[in-house]
Design a protein around this ligand. Structure first.
Ligand SMILES: NC(=O)c1ccc[n+]([C@@H]2O[C@H](COP(=O)([O-])OP(=O)(O)OC[C@H]3O[C@@H](n4cnc5c(N)ncnc54)[C@H](OP(=O)(O)O)[C@@H]3O)[C@@H](O)[C@H]2O)c1
Length: 279
């Protein structure tokens, strides 16, 4: 399959590139193709005629998005529409990634794939919701819209501390005690597991639609941090705190729990974490 990976220098894209290496994918980041430029997008898709477009390009800085709404909406929203339209017109399959942050986070028992009530509480979530709507409204589009959450994996071009796991390890090296939020729940998701699951969806020609691919089960940031410190054998004490003690620019959902009701569950995140830290 002629495959293109967009946002190729990002965290998830690196594992997509390794899992799809037999397809010899064309790797493109912003400097090769700015997805917000519709002309560029159409030229790329119509010239190259890919069978498969894996779109891992995104604006992912949740706090900065509060001040850069227009940019976030363009990259995560409008640009997804450009890709969807070009893919539908050429018959390419589009795999696009979205997030638990499209949900409000008020449902203790979590969100299924077809949950209609998507009321994001921050700009990043709102921008990703626009992208989802662009995909869902595009006629004749062959798509996998894949929601994931609390992503960890190779650090990407912004340096080795970009994801939560690496940040905790870095902070544990600097402090004797770390306070970590205990009242936000979600599911850590390992990029390599996502990439492998996407490959399976395509290989088995799974029905197009919306999928949730987090690792299992749900946990809190505090428990996640405690496990990271434990697995690494670090001495730092991890103590729970509430969101009120750790105020950030963008609000975070309380129950960010994605329910995977369409596929076999992804493996336990602890196992994936050990593999990420030690393999
Ligand atoms: N990270 C998470 O915890 C998380 C959670 C849930 C869902 N997701 C979703 O998963 C996907 C992958 O996330 P990630 O964390 O791997 O992303 P990432 O590491 O931030 O990578 C995104 C890549 O897209 C590039 N990009 C930005 N604007 C672009 C544009 N206009 N044209 C082309 N490329 C552009 C970025 O380049 P620059 O760095 O130069 O801007 C970066 O290389 C995204 O859709 C994200 O929303 C992520």
């Amino acid at each position: 399959m002629k495959t293109i990976i967009l946002g190729a220098k990002g965290m998830l894209a690196q594992d997509l590139a390794s899992v799809f290496k037999e397809e010899d994918p064309l790797l493109m980041d912003k400097e090769d193709l700015d997805i917000t430029d519709e002309k560029q997008v159409r030229k790329m898709v119509f010239d190259l005629r890919p069978d498969l477009i894996l779109n891992a390009a995104a604006y992912t800085d949740v706090d900065r998005a509060e001040d850069e709404k227009e940019t976030a909406f363009k990259i995560n929203g409008e640009a997804v529409g450009f890709l969807a339209k070009a893919a539908a017109e050429t018959g390419a399959i589009l795999v696009h990634f979205s997030t638990d942050y499209v949900f409000e986070g008020d449902k203790e028992d979590g969100y299924k794939e077809d949950n209609e009530s998507r009321n994001p509480i921050n700009i990043y979530g709102a921008s990703k919701l626009i992208g989802e709507k662009e995909i869902l409204k595009t006629k004749n589009l062959k798509y996998y819209l894949v929601r994931i959450s609390w992503l960890f994996g190779p650090a990407g071009k912004r340096g080795q501390y970009k994801n939560f796991v690496n940040t905790i390890i870095k902070l544990a090296g600097e402090k004797d005690e770390l306070k970590v939020i205990d009242d936000q729940l979600g599911k850590p998701t390992y990029t390599l597991d996502v990439a492998k699951a996407i490959k399976d969806l395509i290989k088995h020609q799974a029905p197009f639609g919306v999928y949730h691919l987090p690792n299992e089960p749900w946990t809190s940031w505090y428990n996640f941090a405690k496990k990271i410190v434990e697995i690494k054998g670090l001495k730092t004490k991890v103590t729970p705190c509430s969101s009120k003690e750790f105020v950030r620019k963008a609000k975070r959902p309380k129950y960010s729990i994605l329910l995977n009701t369409r596929l076999s569950p992804q493996r336990n995140w602890e196992e994936a974490l050990k593999e990420y830290l030690y393999d």
